[in-house]
Write a protein that binds this ligand. Structure first.
Ligand code: GLC
Length: 541
């Protein structure tokens, strides 16, 4: 078993939104095949695909009605296989979704379950004659759901759901459910997927008197799935989506016998906070307070994804600050978060976009980049739910941004035409032509990251320059030391770094390969322009 996920750079994308090959208005696997060159040139080496299974698409595919097939709008299982093989041929890994907590209410299991108390699948879901059970479990989709119970007239009972009411939770106390989900995992692992992102993993079991999150039974099932995977398949990875505090989250690594990797949900909002407050402390605290993961495990860090920028895991005060600073209009908010893409969140400031991406690519963890953010795509928060950050990828300035040749009205979602982010200006083709574009900068910075595995695997140590607007840290392994210095402020800043222990060594700036003056016994003095950063390799004495 190799720990390839520690050297991965993940690119998250939605088949539906990437490229439509047949003019249907919806993206598909054949379209993805066409665009593998683009992804490869970006320099990422791992793709994470959002759910592409048959689904009524009321939660954009996280409401699955058939686990072991491809949604007909996106192609066939054969198309998926061809895409996967081609990605592998190019040295890229592919992570797919295992949405195991719930199904769509259109799934045959649920249809059967609700029929009658004698149905063979009755006990596959969580039924109750009252809505008073498990009252300590919070409601997650606060803007749409009032309770975790919904009355089903057909079944003459309430069913349990942690998300939308059309997504009934599976009953993991039933051994048949556990078996069925292992079968689903087997199905996709047999096809060759390299990793599974386990969606909404904290909520598998319910127990009275608890929050119904992170229960020991849930961990036991994860261990079972992990054993199953290790015994039959080498080199595959389990990735946890558990929006929890670091202690609870870290528990999902177990003793190296649960997840290989987990999204870091508390660092993400703190990067946004730090750049707005022009203060390094939120980042330093978030990293320092992160429990040590077992040596085989890895955090996955991210700036944005397909969901709202979640503020569930910050204090109330921090949440109020973030909402005031980043979501002035109420429409920009959803549940406890903010439904915006990276570029609009950062006022479309190229410098700030670069600074945050530099953090993403140099703080400890495996970075995950959300499709479109590499060209600074905008969003459309007038679309419902989280759809405003899932609009078609902008390839060029042709009709439908080159995403599709369909009638404009036929698109699954409209392309972004906001004056500042209009697809005629913000698109791949235009940025490929411009050497100074964000896309070309992203390629360069990803290339540097790939050259220095220490950024994925090394230890981190924060320096303490007196100027709090400057964040400085070392990434080290026995061979390499990288010094990262970041100006979080919109004004130029000086800083003095105590680098005495590296006396005699010369910092080499990684973008230009520029030698800086050697480190001596005195504080090492640097000045930084507004919202800028340096990455140095400390070359040998
Ligand atoms: C996860 C997904 C989110 C989805 C929810 C319910 O949190 O990231 O998009 O709505 O699960 O499946």
């Amino acid at each position: 078993m190799s720990d390839w996920y520690k050297d991965a750079i993940i690119y998250q994308l939605h088949v539906r939104a990437f490229r439509d090959s047949d003019g249907s208005g919806t993206g598909d696997f054949r379209g993805m095949l066409e665009k593998l060159d683009y992804i490869q040139e970006l320099g990422v080496n791992c793709l994470w695909l959002m759910p592409f299974y048959p689904s009524p698409l009321k939660d954009d595919g996280y409401d699955i009605s058939d686990y072991c097939a491809v949604h007909p709008d996106y192609g066939t299982l054969g198309d998926f296989q061809e895409f996967l093989n081609e990605a592998h041929r190019r040295g890229m890994r592919v992570i797919t979704e295992l949405v195991l907590n719930h199904t769509s209410d259109q799934h045959p299991w649920f249809r059967d379950s609700r029929q009658s108390p004698e149905s063979s699948c009755r006990d596959w879901y969580v039924w109750s004659t009252t809505h008073n059970r498990y009252r300590q479990a919070r409601v997650i989709f606060l803007d749409t759901e009032v309770s975790n119970w919904t009355w089903d007239p057909a079944a003459d009972a309430y069913y349990w759901h942690r998300f939308f009411s059309h997504q009934p939770d599976l009953n993991y106390d039933n051994p048949s459910v556990q078996e069925a989900i292992l079968d689903v995992a087997r199905f996709w692992l047999d096809r060759g997927v390299d990793g599974l992102r386990l969606d909404a993993v904290p909520y598998l079991f319910e127990r009275e008197g608890t929050s119904c999150e992170n229960l020991p039974e849930t961990h036991a099932f994860v261990r079972r799935l992990r054993r199953f995977m290790d015994e039959r398949y080498g080199d595959r990875m389990l990735l946890a989506e558990a929006n929890q505090r670091p202690e609870d989250l870290c528990a999902y690594f177990g003793e190296g016998d649960e997840f290989h990797a987990a999204f870091h949900f508390t660092l993400m909002p703190r990067m946004f906070m730090a750049i707005r407050r022009e203060d390094r402390q939120p980042i330093v605290d978030a990293v320092i307070q992160t429990p040590q993961a077992p040596s085989t495990c890895q955090w996955v860090i991210f700036l944005r994804n397909h969901d709202e920028l979640t503020l569930e895991m910050v204090t109330e005060e921090e949440r109020a600050y973030m909402q005031a600073e980043y979501a002035r209009e109420p429409r920009m908010r959803l549940h406890l978060g903010i439904r915006r893409r990276l570029a609009p969140l950062l006022d479309n400031s190229r410098r700030r976009i670069e600074v945050l991406n530099s953090l993403l690519l140099s703080l400890p963890g495996t970075p995950s980049i959300y499709y479109g953010d590499e060209i600074g795509m905008g969003d459309n928060f007038y679309l419902g739910d989280r759809l405003g950050v899932r609009t078609p990828m902008q390839w060029n300035s042709d009709r439908n941004a080159g995403f599709s040749s369909a009638n404009r009205q036929q698109l699954f979602l409209p392309v972004v035409v906001d004056p500042e982010f209009h697809y005629e200006a913000v698109n791949v083709e235009a940025q490929q032509r411009n050497p100074a574009s964000l896309l070309n900068w992203m390629r360069r910075v990803i290339g540097i990251r790939q050259r220095f595995p220490v950024l994925g695997r090394g230890a981190v140590e924060f320096l303490e320059p007196a100027n709090l607007k400057v964040l400085a840290y070392l990434r080290t392994d026995p061979e390499t030391t990288i010094l990262c210095v970041v100006n979080l402020s919109r004004y130029a800043q000086p800083c003095e770094l105590d680098l005495r222990r590296f006396s005699g060594r010369k910092p080499v700036e990684l973008f230009g390969n520029t030698m800086f003056p050697p480190i001596g016994e005195l504080p090492y003095f640097l000045t930084l322009g507004p919202h800028s950063f340096y990455w140095f390799r400390l070359s040998g004495p």
